[in-house]
Design a protein around this ligand. Structure first.
Ligand SMILES: N[C@@H](CCC(=O)N[C@@H](CS)C(=O)NCC(=O)O)C(=O)O
Length: 298
């Protein structure tokens, strides 16, 4: 068995996994998990939740022949961050200078740590017109979880001889609770109640762009320090690294939400470093392969 990437085209975290895999030229078969199917969300299917206890995409599962290793490596990675780190840890990945690795780790921690969802996820994804859609999606997932909980409880009561039913039940309950927590946490501050610290939609995107502009200036300095005369730099210095993968996915979000023209279009010069960086990201082979040209058999 080779590697299967369970994912869906437009999911943020799936994009992260695909860019990382493409960047290190790791072959894989994309397998669709239709998390958007309202009546039968595929992340709730028993076989999928057995594979990924959190019932989320992406998951990277299978085996891979790694140069220099006698046996194929078996992997089952169910967190996008783990997938990125794993790709960049392979012997075929470029070696990252320590300072680049450190700078990249800081970006990764900002992106994934603590309240990432609030800063990079929901807050960005919730301009006024999306509020209802977002809430409806959470409610649909809650309903799906309840349906699966009831179905699994019935199977257990009927004495169905499947050994992992209790474990599956626990996973469905966790999914239901997570959804409820999300709704309780985010609903009160969704538009029309943004705060100055956490504005929504385009204002949030602008706040992030200002931060990224400063990050890129620092990356340019580091690139010049490590490789004097280097003409290209990435998010954490002279080498493309995990930080670039997550920022590429985030900037793709900006595009999906229609912010690209306002932020980076002709005549706008608010973020010259970021505008230039984004153009280079989009022209990169891994981005074209994983995002622009990505197609999956359904
Ligand atoms: N921590 C996970 C988060 C993955 C995640 O939330 N994926 C979303 C799609 S972008 C998902 O599968 N949502 C479906 C659900 O939560 O039921 C990772 O980084 O891989």
């Amino acid at each position: 068995m080779a590697l299967n990437l369970y994912n869906i085209t437009h999911s943020y975290f799936s994009i992260i996994a695909r860019i990382a895999l493409a960047e290190i030229s790791i072959p894989y078969t994309p397998v669709l998990v239709n998390i958007l199917n309202k009546s039968h969300p595929a992340q709730f299917e028993e076989d999928y939740i057995r594979l990924n206890p959190a019932g989320t995409v992406p998951s990277l599962v299978g085996s891979i022949v790694v140069p220099g290793e006698a046996q194929p490596r078996e992997i089952a990675l169910t967190e996008s961050r783990d997938i990125v780190e794993w790709c960049f840890s392979l012997p075929t990945a470029p070696r990252l200078p320590d300072q680049v690795r450190d700078a990249s780790d800081i970006v990764m921690e900002r992106f994934y740590g603590g309240n990432w969802d609030y800063i990079f996820g929901v807050g960005l994804a919730a301009p006024d017109k999306e509020r209802e859609a977002l809430v409806a999606k959470w409610r649909d997932r809650e309903t799906a979880a309840i349906t699966k909980i009831e179905e699994t409880e019935r199977k257990i009561a009927a004495g169905a001889g499947v050994s992992d039913l209790e474990e599956l039940l626990e996973r469905y309950r966790r999914k239901k609770d997570q959804n409820a927590e999300r709704i309780a946490l985010y609903l009160p501050s969704l538009p029309p109640n943004p705060t100055a610290e956490f504005p929504f939609g385009l204002d949030r995107a602008k706040l992030l762009c200002s931060e990224f502009e400063a990050d890129l200036k620092a990356a340019e300095s580091l690139a010049n320090e490590l490789q004097p005369g280097v003409c290209e730099f990435w998010f954490a210095g002279p080498v493309f690294c995990p930080a670039d993968v997550v920022i590429a996915a985030l900037l793709t979000r900006f595009r999906v939400y229609g912010y690209e023209g306002v932020l980076f279009g002709p005549g706008t010069s608010g973020y010259p470093y970021l505008t230039n960086y984004w153009a280079r990201l989009k022209a990169r082979r891994s981005y074209i392969n994983a995002v622009t040209d990505f197609k999956m058999d359904t």
